[in-house]
Ligand binder design. Structure first.
Ligand code: FE2
Length: 232
């Protein structure tokens, strides 16, 4: 395993600063994979080693596969999100891997965790789950029940001002069903094993209490609500 030192971690973070402004949120592109913060920014909750291994070994490598697949098919989609909605087979799997990972990074922040402080998202959580405690319980239950690789998604249901949580297997995400994903939580073993071994419950707790970025969810929601809900 490559050893990452402070200076190197900072350099990796700085490398992507130049492309950040052009990518929007989540930082998704058909050409560039980017972390929204330096690789050590989530320590002590997620180590730089975990973030670098995850980012380079899964996010970036899938982007390379995706670019090769698009080139082989001579296809130039409008956006990665459109591709995830419309592609099938291995092209879908590559595109979804890249998009899901961009969501995963943007769903965390070094100063995150706890109940949402902003009123619109707090009201939506209360209306949809009864309370923040209801959301937290549901999140933990679904994560504990997820056997095998997958994601936990917080998303707005198509055509409704209500949000829900879904545990999806492998690379599936709510985009394909017309949903608007607000947060993506990576439950693949590679996301936590270096730091938490098989203690998934601890990884889930740390995400909820220390990392979850409600402000990102709110920005996704504002963008999503201004668009007509996509049909299934
Ligand atoms: Fe992952």
């Amino acid at each position: 395993m490559e050893e990452i030192h402070g200076e190197e971690v900072e350099r990796r973070g700085a490398d992507i600063d130049a492309v950040d402004a052009a990518l929007g949120e989540p930082r998704v592109s058909l050409h560039v994979a980017a972390l929204p913060y330096p690789a050590n920014a989530l320590e002590p909750h997620l180590s730089a080693e975990t973030v670098v291994t995850h980012f380079e070994g899964h996010h970036c490598s899938n982007l390379l596969r995706l670019k090769a697949a698009l080139q082989a098919e001579g296809r130039t989609p409008e956006s990665l999100e459109d591709l995830v909605r419309s592609a099938t087979g291995s092209l879908f799997r590559c595109a979804a891997q890249v998009w899901n990972h961009a969501m995963c990074w943007s769903s965390m922040t070094p100063t995150g965790g706890g109940a949402p402080r902003s009123l619109p998202i707090r009201r939506l959580v209360d209306d949809s789950f009864g309370s923040y405690a209801g959301f937290r319980d549901r999140f933990q239950d679904l994560a504990a029940a997820r056997v095998g690789s997958g994601y936990l998604w917080l998303h707005r249901l198509p055509g409704e001002n209500r949000i829900t949580l879904t545990a999806a297997p492998n690379v599936a995400n709510p985009l394909s069903q017309g949903g608007i994903p607000l947060l993506g939580f990576d439950l693949w073993e590679h996301a936590y094993y270096l730091d938490y071994r098989n203690d998934v419950d601890q990884y889930v707790e740390v995400f909820l209490d220390e990392l979850l970025d409600w402000s990102f969810a709110e920005r996704r929601l504002s963008g999503g609500l201004s668009q007509p809900p996509a049909g299934p």
